[in-house]
Design a protein around this ligand. Structure first.
Ligand code: IMP
Length: 178
């Protein structure tokens, strides 16, 4: 599939993403204003750019940790199986946790990850995703904060890949096969 030629049409500019992150951080700040330390958990690999921008906009004491779960492989279809490939380095019991994801698509990944992390008894756990494709939802999951709702299009850029490519684009673009 990735061998087919395609072009990328810009959908959300780098400037629009930066402005939205400022808004989101104001809200996150209100929710966690009294935190001793917030553990910001990035889901690898798609969230690595988003989490980098997010933590630099958050005026709170933060720790950063990463969790990797299996999802798409190199294909465009979501697998329903979610396996932990790389677990957190630190414990989260009694801690405040913010889980950062790139896209909520079917919702299986974040619904599984929140269940897993809640079983470790954090004090508070909230979720944020840069993008949401509500029309694709299969699992009953709603993130606490969403950057942008988008239609059912395959997107890349700003950390998000298509078969490991295009993560380094500064904007979110939609894949169009030519
Ligand atoms: P879910 O479990 O179906 O919600 O899948 C979420 C994961 O699927 C995201 O973290 C992405 O890795 C991947 N994903 C969903 N939509 C896209 C897309 O448009 N482009 C690239 N990856 C996607």
């Amino acid at each position: 599939m990735s061998e087919r030629p395609y072009v990328i049409d810009e959908m959300i500019s780098a400037k629009a993403i930066a402005a939205r992150i400022e808004d989101l951080c104001r809200d996150i700040h209100k929710s966690f204003a009294d935190t001793e330390k917030l553990v910001v958990v990035g889901l690898l690999r798609g969230s690595f750019v988003f989490i980098a921008d997010l933590v630099r906009e958050l005026d709170l004491p933060v720790e950063v940790d990463f969790l990797e779960v299996s999802s798409y492989g190199d294909a465009m279809e979501s697998s329903r199986e979610v396996r932990v490939l790389k677990d957190l380095r630190g414990g989260i019991e009694g801690r405040d946790v913010l889980v950062v994801e790139d896209i909520v698509d079917t919702g299986h990944t974040l619904s599984h990850v929140t269940r897993l992390l809640l079983s470790r008894n954090p004090a508070r756990l909230r979720t944020i995703a840069l993008l949401d494709k509500p029309s694709r939802r299969e699992a009953d999951f709603k993130a606490d904060w969403i950057g942008f709702e988008i239609p059912d299009e395959f997107v890349v850029g700003y950390g998000i890949d298509f078969a490991q490519r295009n993560r380094n684009l500064p904007f979110i673009g939609k894949v169009r096969f030519t």
